[in-house]
Design a protein. Structure first.
Length: 79
């Protein structure tokens, strides 16, 4: 490779790097993600009520072998 072709390749690479940096600097900051309203259930119990829960594990037999599954039961209690 001749010195002239090396100089041309070096200039092209330098211009490419400068162009990429200039393009990156000109871009606006990343846009904020849009907030999506998710439907939800709102529970407003009477005053002085709270939710009490109990949880346990249940052993279920599966073809692959026994598996532990969590179970939960909740109820409203006057407090």
């Amino acid at each position: 490779m001749s010195a002239k072709s090396r100089a041309v390749i070096a200039c092209a690479a330098a211009l490419l790097v400068v162009g990429v940096e200039a393009r990156g600097a000109a871009q606006s900051p990343p846009a904020q993600p849009r907030r999506v309203a998710h439907p939800y259930i709102e529970i407003n119990p009477r005053p002085l009520l709270y939710r009490r829960c109990t949880a346990w594990y249940v052993l279920q037999n599966r073809p692959s072998g026994p598996v532990l599954f969590p179970q939960q039961h909740c109820w409203w209690v006057r407090g």
